[in-house]
Design a protein around this ligand. Sequence first.
Ligand SMILES: *[C@@H]1O[C@H](CO)[C@@H](O)[C@H](O)[C@H]1NC(C)=O
Ligand SMILES: *[C@@H]1O[C@H](CO)[C@@H](O)[C@H](O)[C@H]1NC(C)=O
Ligand SMILES: *[C@@H]1O[C@H](CO)[C@@H](O)[C@H](O)[C@H]1NC(C)=O
Ligand SMILES: *[C@@H]1O[C@H](CO)[C@@H](O)[C@H](O)[C@H]1NC(C)=O
Ligand SMILES: CC(=O)N[C@H]1CO[C@H](CO)[C@@H](O)[C@@H]1O
Length: 575
Amino acid sequence: MKSPHKVLSVAPLFFLLTFHTLAFPAQDDQPGTRPSNGHICIGCVVVVSVIEQLAQVHNSTAQASMERLCSYLPEQLFLKSTCYLVVSMFGPDIIKLLSADMNADVVCHTLEFCKQDAGQPLCHLYPLPKAPWEFTLEKARQMVKRSPTLKYSRSDSDICSLPFLVKICQKIKLAIENSVPFKDVDSDKYSIFPTLRGYHWRGRDCNDSDGTVYPGRRPDDWDIHQDSNCNGIWGVDPKDGIPYEKKFCEGSQPRGIILLGDSAGAHFRISPEWITASQMALKSFFNLPTALTNELNWPQLSGATGFLNGYSRIKENSLYLRLRERNHCNHRDYQNLSKNGASSQNLKKFIESLSRNQLLDHPAIVIYAMIGNDVCNGRRDPVPEMTTPEQLYSKVTETLKFLNSHLPNGSHVFLSGLPDGTFLWDNLHDRYHPLGQLNEDVTYDQFYTFLSCLQVSPCHGWMSSNKTLRTLTSQRAEQLSDTLKKIATSQRFTNFNLFYVDFDFQEITKEWQRRGGQPWQLIEPVDGFHPNEVALLLLADRFWNKVQRQWPEVLGKENPFNPQIKQVFGDQGGH
Ligand SMILES: *[C@@H]1O[C@H](CO)[C@@H](O)[C@H](O)[C@H]1NC(C)=O
Ligand SMILES: *[C@@H]1O[C@H](CO)[C@@H](O)[C@H](O)[C@H]1NC(C)=O
Ligand SMILES: *[C@@H]1O[C@H](CO)[C@@H](O)[C@H](O)[C@H]1NC(C)=O
Ligand SMILES: *[C@@H]1O[C@H](CO)[C@@H](O)[C@H](O)[C@H]1NC(C)=O
Ligand SMILES: CC(=O)N[C@H]1CO[C@H](CO)[C@@H](O)[C@@H]1O
């Protein structure tokens, strides 16, 4: 299966993230989610670029800038010590090469983190050196000739198999396993732990020792004795003896929200602060450990299920927060079943983790948003790998049957169309990538070409200078959207109503421009692919308004008791 997004996740701090991948084998048992040679190559190029640029920014030696980089990293997950370890192994060679004005491409090929396989093109991020490539590389090799690091063969893509790293890999793995309830990571339980697919992904469980207590269920005995649905409303009003849950929530038709999404739904993101030398400081990496344990996703900020205030400071709220705002009885009833690399074709693997009891739980609004991976992959020729309309039709029908047998009656399901990703190239190709801003030497065109060359592009079809290919990709996306539309208008299910909504990036771009913004500001700068937080929130806004206009019954009524709930229960226990 294609799992394009692991890709960039391995890019910035390749060695650290390799450990991360190693530590989570159970979540992704498909091969190919381990970093490939291509991932390691990008990782090396990014790290060496950062070292080089830090030296430039601070007018320091490469040695000092490596130490600076390690000193910025947090201690958690062994990040700092791993950094020092790797520096002690490769530092001397990197210093030699950088001081001879070799760029990151040359350094990484010399150290064999990047390789040009026979008959394959040479993959490079920066413009090629003026001297012929073979000549430059040979010269560089001579410089590090007797260096011990070259003794290790890097033919194996798993960096943890390098002899001097085996031990620390094991240690890190153990540390991660022991510090969190690792066994629960893939179960359908709700959790009191924020990451490792805990409550950043679903509403927080309010009593971990009782399996009948979880967000979204109909209250048990009106929650007289305990908060069985975790919405923060329970107990009895001493004034009249009526249970609060009955008084405030009965007849308010509570409902939850469930997102079936891909990395966009999960809100995949690599912070530009992690790779931008000119702004790098101690605080740049504070959020890295949390991000790593969330597979580099930020569901707590995402458009559908987010509940924290993010970095964007725009006023729009996630769909979950709006549903909660409309009826406080919906508090904590969200599930984010989004996964990097998810598509119509592999959704089956994880949809089983959907947690809704048809008899005991409230209805749900389910949003099916596989917006990229059915047309996006990193193959040299991506077209044959794309999902066909027939394949889509059959898989989505299966998914809907599954939902019909798991969702409480009265639920609603939305199929989201695919975007037309040509806006990526149109808005970014001649802009500088964060790695190219300091010296104005890497555009997104170059960055995309580098990723495709290494066959690790999250979406070769749209992240390409080949216009024919971009057009083909858009055509397929449109056919798939039409198929979803057809399904929504022709199929009927007993337990939910089915709707289709467009994924209209053009509309939100216009909205953003009306507010004085630029289209490129809606895309994650590091990967040049994912919609960012602003885009996700604008999309959520559009979705909400459309539903409110066309199908208001989906959202339910405003609960007139909201002010009383707030008065008695405050923030209802928070999130
Ligand atoms: C950079 O450092 C070198 C040697 O330490 C010094 O000679 C030079 O003036 C410095 N350049 C700047 C721009 O500070
Ligand atoms: C959690 O559930 C257990 C078992 O049902 C119960 O004994 C305990 O009182 C509950 N705790 C809270 C805080 O409600
Ligand atoms: C679902 O609920 C609707 C009314 O809301 C009812 O007409 C229908 O019979 C119910 N379906 C099932 C399978 O219970
Ligand atoms: C552009 O993409 C099309 C479709 O995949 C392909 O047939 C064509 O060879 C490509 N052109 C170039 C110059 O690579
Ligand atoms: C699709 C997806 O990623 N689902 C995840 C939801 O969260 C649970 C754990 O809480 C994971 O097991 C699922 O894989």
